[in-house]
Unconditional design. Structure first.
Length: 203
């Protein structure tokens, strides 16, 4: 029996068996639970949760990530990689807390800069206020030189709409002169002989 003749689930099992048998020091798995039934997924999760070497895993299964991963690498909107300690649920919680703190810091900095600029504008050319205006501008310059906090960027959500297709005119499939019998019958009795028929989309 050749691998190409196996179902998707069994082909995945064969591929995983090959990878796990040699126990590489760096194991890369891309969607390993695809085509696996629940029993196989549970076994794989238990096995990988105690894998003694480095495991790099990509998966859409949050339960699987929670059971296996000890670190999460996050690809940001700016195409940078951030590393978080913990499983997927811990990552989600930590990321949310960091985003809230970052947004608060961003809003505070922007508010401070706005008030400083308003004060500078109100000073005009009055000689007694020029020194204060320059002092406030130095504060802004130092904030910008140190690096201002960026606004939290949310992931873009994509939506797709597929129009309903037109109904295909019958017949979708057309057969002419079809005969059929079960193999192995000594008399080869035909169940039907030389018939014409069509199959519609709602057959």
């Amino acid at each position: 029996l050749k691998t190409k003749d196996l179902s998707g689930g069994w082909r995945m099992r064969v591929s995983l068996a090959q990878a796990l048998f040699i126990k590489p020091t760096l194991l890369l798995l891309d969607e390993p639970t695809n085509h696996l039934d629940l029993e196989a997924c549970v076994w794989l999760e238990d096995y990988l949760s105690t894998y003694p070497y480095c495991l790099f895993l990509i998966s859409h299964s949050q339960d699987f990530l929670n059971g296996v991963c000890t670190h999460i690498i996050h690809l940001t909107e700016k195409k940078t990689l951030d590393c978080y300690t913990g499983n997927y649920d811990t990552f989600i919680k930590t990321k949310a807390e960091l985003d809230i703190n970052q947004q608060k810091q961003y809003e505070k900095e922007q508010s401070d800069i706005k008030h400083l600029k308003q004060f500078i504008s109100s000073c005009g050319t009055f000689s007694n206020l020029v020194r204060q205006a320059k002092s406030k501008q130095k504060i802004i310059d130092k904030m910008e030189a140190a690096g201002l906090t960026e606004k939290v960027q949310s992931f873009k959500r994509w939506s797709f709409r597929f129009n309903d297709c037109d109904k295909l005119p019958p017949p979708v499939l057309s057969f002419t002169g079809v005969s059929f019998s079960y193999a192995g019958k000594m008399d080869h009795t035909l169940l039907y002989d030389n018939i014409d028929f069509g199959v519609d989309s709602d057959s």
